[in-house]
Design a protein around this ligand. Structure first.
Ligand SMILES: Cc1cc2nc3c(=O)[nH]c(=O)nc-3n(C[C@H](O)[C@H](O)[C@H](O)COP(=O)(O)OP(=O)(O)OC[C@H]3O[C@@H](n4cnc5c(N)ncnc54)[C@H](O)[C@@H]3O)c2cc1C
Length: 482
């Protein structure tokens, strides 16, 4: 019996959207079911990637303005700028991104249905809209791309007034003088630097031993120094006990204890911003009814083609877990579509870049120095510092570093780690060299525009090559690859 669609996609985030786009290119018919009746685009457009980056853009501009002209005017940004204007800019960006998504879906003849989707058999989805109407649609394939959400704290309540989350912080109507952030995931660190750049005094309460532990140690230390310059206070190994109002001092109080000693602290603040653990939106969508396997946290299990154990059902994006990025979700959704319609069995390159949009940015690809040593590589490191770059001096972005990890004998590039302005873009130069199994010699043999931040690749390569030379290899032999 013929079906209504070739694929029904649950969720319009990056994985669902890219699956729909790729499906349309195969001249197949896709339906996107989206439970958010107001917006398409998921966390990507509405609550995560784009709005936080739009906010960051304004904060960075204000920060740069103050870095260049701050001497002339000693006012804090919150005395000069209004949150209303900062948010207006973000809203304009969101409106344009939202209409871009709609235009793309219309142009590619992708149908959309607003309502909560639930799988009732391997080829059928039930769609329940907010007004209670229910309809069912059938398809050859189903993609589960329902994303993830944050866990809620046990000790206090996210009321979206005193205690905010990544969504409600985007509607705050003033720049707080003080902000306590609970949690230290990537987004927590991004928001900490965004608000610091706006002049807010930020305190971070971290329940773990450390933060951003996956970073190369040296890059992490450089970033820790930047957080100190921002006067961001981080308390590791803490437990928040209570968040409440202090009416006498007209502020919010956060009580927390040090896990090791039990020592109590109280911080006064205007707002609290909470980041929990990411958990999948995989409950009540019919997975158990059709026997789809998940892990113990509910993340959907898939093979390398993004197929679940039920052959007609695929899953992609945050609902399958790691890495939980919009960047990876775009590729996963597209590849799921390719595998449904047998274009070819494509796989994502296993070495993927990571970007943290703090101020300044952090990005990395490939092996850290510690990982390369663990894997028994004969490792040499090349470093460059932003303070030595003409471009960084002109732009007053002197904090940060580049670190190249490469093999001493072959000079093959194994990893790149950057903290500093433009890191999330700059990393792709290193990515291309790693992808094509190139060596740091590439950076010596190519001409880079000047003044640029990418010049740091050349400086770091020379720095590393010098170290190889000092270890006893003749310079001529290094340059001539002998
Ligand atoms: C604050 C923040 C900042 C971020 N910044 C970045 C960044 O800079 N770079 C980056 O790469 N990633 C970033 N991310 C991560 C990124 O947003 C996610 O990885 C990405 O959006 C996940 O995409 P997805 O396709 O899984 O779906 P999502 O974007 O999570 O969307 C899922 C959609 O499914 C819908 N849905 C759920 N259940 C149903 C159902 N039963 N029926 C119908 N629809 C349903 C939801 O309403 C939602 O619209 C950030 C995340 C956050 C929270």
């Amino acid at each position: 019996m013929s079906k209504d669609y070739d694929v029904i996609i649950l969720g319009s985030g990056p994985s669902g959207f890219s699956c729909a786009m790729q499906t349309a290119k195969f001249d197949k018919k896709a339906l996107i079911v989206e439970s958010n009746e107001e917006y398409l685009g998921g966390a990507w457009i509405n609550a995560g990637t784009v709005p936080s980056k739009a906010l960051r853009e304004t904060a960075t501009n204000i920060y740069k303005y103050n870095a260049q002209f701050g001497d002339a005017d000693e006012k804090k940004p919150y005395e000069q700028f209004r949150m209303r204007d900062v948010l207006k800019y973000k809203d304009r960006v969101l409106a344009s991104e939202n209409s871009e998504i709609k235009d793309n879906l219309i142009k590619n003849e992708v149908d959309t249905a607003l309502g909560f989707g639930r799988i009732i058999d391997p080829h059928t989805v039930e769609i329940k809209s907010e007004d209670g109407t229910v309809k069912t649609c059938t398809a050859d394939y189903i993609l589960v791309s329902t994303g993830a959400r944050s866990t809620q704290p046990e000790e206090f309540h996210v009321d979206h007034s005193r205690v905010l989350d990544n969504r409600s912080i985007l509607d705050i109507h003033y720049i707080p003088k003080r902000l306590v952030i609970v949690g230290t995931n990537v987004q927590a660190i991004e928001f900490a630097t965004i608000f610091s750049a706006l002049g807010t005094r930020v305190t971070i309460l971290n329940g773990q031993d450390d933060y951003l532990v996956f970073l190369d140690r040296e890059v992490k230390n450089e970033f820790a120094g930047i957080l100190e310059d921002f006067r961001i206070n981080i308390f590791n190994r803490t437990r928040v006990l209570q968040v409440g109002e202090n009416p006498l001092r007209n502020c919010t109080e956060v009580k927390f204890e040090e896990k090791d000693t039990g020592k109590m602290h109280v911080v006064e603040t205007e707002q609290v911003l909470y980041f929990g653990e990411r958990i999948p939106n995989s409950a009540n969508i019919g997975l158990e009814d059709v026997g789809i396997e998940t892990d113990e946290k509910g993340f959907v299990n898939v093979d390398q083609n993004y197929r679940t154990n039920v052959p007609s059902i695929f899953a992609a994006g945050d609902v399958i877990g790691y890495p939980g990025l919009a960047s990876a979700s775009f590729s996963q959704g597209r590849i799921a579509s390719c595998n449904m319609f047998e274009a070819s069995s494509l796989e994502i390159e296993s070495v993927i870049p990571y970007g943290i949009y703090s101020i300044p940015e952090i990005a990395s690809i490939g092996l850290t120095e510690a990982e390369a040593r663990q894997q028994d590589h004969d490792v040499t490191i090349g470093r460059a510092y932003y303070r030595n770059l003409t471009k960084a001096n002109i732009a007053k972005n002197q904090r940060g570093m580049f670190k190249l990890v490469f093999d001493t004998k072959t000079l093959r590039l194994l990893g790149v780690h950057i903290v500093g302005e433009g890191a999330c873009d700059l990393i792709h130069i290193g990515q291309a060299v790693i992808r094509f199994q190139g060596s740091v010699r590439y950076f010596l043999d190519t001409v880079h525009n000047y003044p640029t931040y990418s010049e740091a690749y050349r400086i770091a390569a020379f720095n590393g090559i010098n170290r190889v030379y000092k270890s006893g290899v003749k310079y001529k032999n290094i340059l001539e690859n002998r």
